[in-house]
Design a protein around this ligand. Structure first.
Ligand code: ZN
Length: 287
């Protein structure tokens, strides 16, 4: 019987992996944020688990300070940051950088790019960020002008948004695994449209921009919304969307989060393009 079982086990292990592969481990980091992380982390978890590609665990920091906060980054395929708070202990920061440099994936969601303004490697990892005293000393603003990325070196603070509204994303890299097959222009549900983000923007590709309208308190520029950054052997997917529950319910946010997390973890995207997706004129939200 033991022989039969081991033969069976050998046969099973010889079967090629399904197209969508084994489940990837995602770790969401939260606990401090000027946003409602207690409401958004369960939605991010559901979004990742519902696509069938991830198992999700959560590392929640202390409410104040980060003494002893040491998530096990090395155990997972992708770390999803829903964090904007106190700087981590030196050992935790070193563990995190070693994880990414060694090939780990990271997803940066919304106010996560406000965090750790004085941590140089973090600023490189997120590409561009806002607030926290960021200025021209941290790097340029990134804008899309005449169809090309423009590194705007002018002086000024980093980070701003106008009033919340629905806005339209236009993909600038439709062949990237994350965006490939998705409609190249689509409308996002009500959210903050981050503008004036600035940073080193090294090894960074912008996947989607949105026009930041002066009428809603924006810059009049096309601002980056979806980005990917290479950091060591690691991959980072950065979405500036996801201010609150309403914006996370957008099918476009969810689809790009799932595909971005899969790409960050593996360098590939196997998740299919959903049949129902926002159009250029109409946003689409889940219940
Ligand atoms: Zn926000």
């Amino acid at each position: 019987m033991r022989l039969i079982l081991s033969l069976f086990a050998a046969l099973v292990s010889a079967v090629p992996a399904l197209a969508d592969g084994p489940k990837l481990k995602a770790l969401i980091v939260d606990g401090q944020n000027n946003h409602n992380w207690k409401a958004t982390t369960p939605l991010l978890t559901k979004c990742l688990e519902d696509c069938g590609r991830f198992t999700v665990s959560v590392a929640t920091s202390p409410e104040k300070g980060t003494v002893g906060f040491a998530p096990k980054f090395a155990d997972c395929g992708v770390v999803v940051l829903n964090y904007n708070g106190t700087e981590w202990p030196a050992e935790t920061k070193a563990d995190f950088l070693a994880f990414v440099r060694g090939g780990g994936g990271v997803v940066v969601v919304h106010a996560t790019d406000n965090a750790f303004a004085k941590w140089p490697e973090y600023n490189e990892l997120i590409g561009v960020g806002g607030w926290g005293g960021r200025t021209e000393k941290d790097g340029p603003y990134l804008r899309l002008r005449d169809g090309k990325i423009f590194r705007d070196e002018r002086a000024g603070p980093g980070g701003n948004h106008g009033k919340q509204h629905e806005f339209t994303l236009a993909h600038t890299d439709p062949e990237h695994p994350i965006t490939k097959g998705l409609p190249p222009v689509w409308k996002h549900t009500q959210d903050e449209l981050y503008d004036r983000l600035r940073g080193p923007a090294k090894n960074l590709t912008v996947l989607a921009f949105a026009h930041s309208d002066k009428a809603t308190g924006g810059t009049g520029e096309k601002e980056p919304i979806l980005m990917v950054i290479e950091f060591g052997k690691g991959r980072v997917f950065h979405t500036t969307m996801g201010h609150d529950v309403k914006s996370i319910q957008c099918v476009g946010f969810q689809t790009t989060l799932q595909r971005g997390a899969e790409w960050a973890a593996t360098g590939k995207v196997t998740l299919p393009v959903p049949k129902a997706f926002p159009s250029a004129d109409k946003s689409l939200a889940t219940e």
